[in-house]
Write a protein that binds this ligand. Structure first.
Ligand code: PHE
Length: 459
């Protein structure tokens, strides 16, 4: 792969990778599971997982991508040392399938988000009480056409960015949208944190309550760390192949991890103090954003005059759309880049993007319909949506992550790893041994525990 196909600068690379990492996982998922499993106690465990295991995985994927300049299947294939080991390419294939399925689910929730943004712009939730808002969400998410229309709109925007290419599409959009996202988030944090009664929200989020931190919570923390850093399905292998050759991979990974974690914490600050200040239930689970928050924003609207709460609601859903967009871009890029590499040399980016977008639209439409009209079709008693969600949260990402660390730790030539991490011996990497220890022992053990427990619990 020629260098000009990659990101043009370190800043652009970090913006794009932070864009991938910061998504629905940070703003929709992190706050509610953090609240659910003991606030500050969960946060401490999460921080350990993110900075040790999550970051080790990110470096692993970056090394594989940048060393080979290729997408997952071919990256695995190029790093093996004997013909027998070529079987490892199936680990790359597993990653590709996982990112395909995650994107389909992601699109459904991104479609909901886009719809809620549009609704908030026209003030559709003004005056509705909590029961009416819950009914509205149930009605909308189970209806046939409307969610699919919004999935299509969101996918169209995502596809258009991919068509723009790596530098002019992904990098340029990320460089603009990530700072916008931070500004919007800070505006919401200031509003939420200065409401009367906000302190209860801070206590909920930050006061460690170790009695709430169950084994389940520890597993959830590791799962969330992987999902939030976008590792475990090869997306970071693809972005790694676009990284500048002189980038310090450790520094880049630290930047991405710190930004991702700070944004997740800020999202908690934007949400919980406001939820407490308006007397709503903080344990809204996955429905927190779509059912609880519109009520919270309504409560900020004055009886007459400017509906300031609804303006904050629009800001919030715009923030969520931006976060989801830059993540969906990375998931779609993983598919398109593979298609390009598969058809060696011939650049068929436009055709690939259109074909993959159509496939994605079909799959996410089916998943969306399985929440409503096609709900009768079940697999193991679960709707298709719930089934794919379970695959994506419990089995596939930890399995793909396990493959990646075992591969790098035990199969790939150590000197090649050292050479890549030290930029061919030009930077010192005194942490190399520690990294290898994490990749060879700590991460596999943790991932095996997560996988086995996940499987046992779901039986
Ligand atoms: N990290 C994204 C989020 O937090 C999700 C994602 C996972 C994106 C895997 C790309 C790859 O929402």
């Amino acid at each position: 792969m020629s260098e000009s196909k990659g990101f043009s600068s370190s800043f652009g690379a970090i913006a794009a990778a932070v864009g991938s990492a910061v998504g629905l996982g940070n703003i929709w998922r992190f706050p509610y599971i953090c609240g659910q499993y003991g606030g500050g106690a969960f946060l401490l465990v999460y921080l350990c997982f993110v900075f040790f295991i999550g970051m080790a995985l990110m470096i692993t994927e970056f090394v594989m991508g940048r060393r080979t300049g290729r997408t997952p299947i071919f990256a695995y294939e190029s790093l093996v040392q004997s013909p027998k080991q070529r079987l490892w390419r199936y680990a790359g294939l597993l990653g590709l399938v996982t990112s395909f399925l995650i994107l389909a689910l992601y699109l459904v929730i991104s479609g909901w988000t886009t719809n809620y943004f549009a609704e908030s712009l026209v003030g559709a939730h003004i005056g509705l009480d909590s029961v009416a808002i819950s009914d509205h969400f149930d009605f909308f998410s189970t209806s046939a056409l409307r969610p699919i229309v919004f999935i299509a709109v969101f996918l169209l925007i995502t596809g258009a960015v991919i068509l723009g290419g790596v530098q002019k599409g992904i990098e340029r959009v990320s460089k603009i949208l990530m700072p916008v996202l931070v500004v919007l988030l800070v505006v919401l944090c200031v509003r939420s944190a200065t409401l009367p009664g906000a302190s209860a929200g801070f206590a909920y989020l930050f006061k460690p309550d170790f009695t709430q931190l169950t084994g389940q919570g520890v597993l959830a923390a590791l799962g969330q760390a992987l999902f939030s850093l976008s590792v475990g399905m090869g997306v970071m292998i693809v972005y790694g192949s676009y990284l500048p050759k002189d980038d310090n991979l450790l520094k880049t990974s630290i930047w991405i991890t710190v930004c991702d974690t700070l944004i997740a914490i800020l999202a908690g600050i934007a949400i919980f103090p406001a939820v407490f200040a308006s007397g709503q239930d903080p344990a809204g689970g996955p429905g927190l954003v779509f059912m609880t928050l519109p009520v919270v924003f309504n409560s900020m609207n004055p009886a007459d005059g400017l509906p300031i709460g609804t303006i904050f609601e629009s800001i919030f859903f715009l923030l969520l759309v931006i976060a989801a967009l830059t993540s969906a871009i990375s998931l779609l890029e993983a598919q398109v880049a593979w298609g390009e590499e598969y058809k060696k040399g011939k650049s068929q980016r436009t055709r690939n993007t259109i074909v993959i977008c159509l496939l994605m639209l079909a799959l996410s439409a089916i998943l969306s319909l399985s929440n409503g009209v096609c709900g009768n079709f079940t697999i193991g008693g679960k709707s298709l949506f719930a089934f794919v969600d379970q695959l994506n949260s419990i089995y596939l990402p930890p399995l793909c992550s396990l493959c990646a660390v075992i591969f790098l730790g035990w199969v790939v030539d150590k000197e090649a790893i050292r050479d890549e991490l030290s930029n061919h011996g030009t930077i010192a990497i005194p942490w190399f041994k520690g990294f290898l220890f994490l990749v060879r022992f700590v991460a596999p053990l943790a991932l095996i525990i997560v996988l086995v427990t996940g499987i046992v619990n779901s039986l």
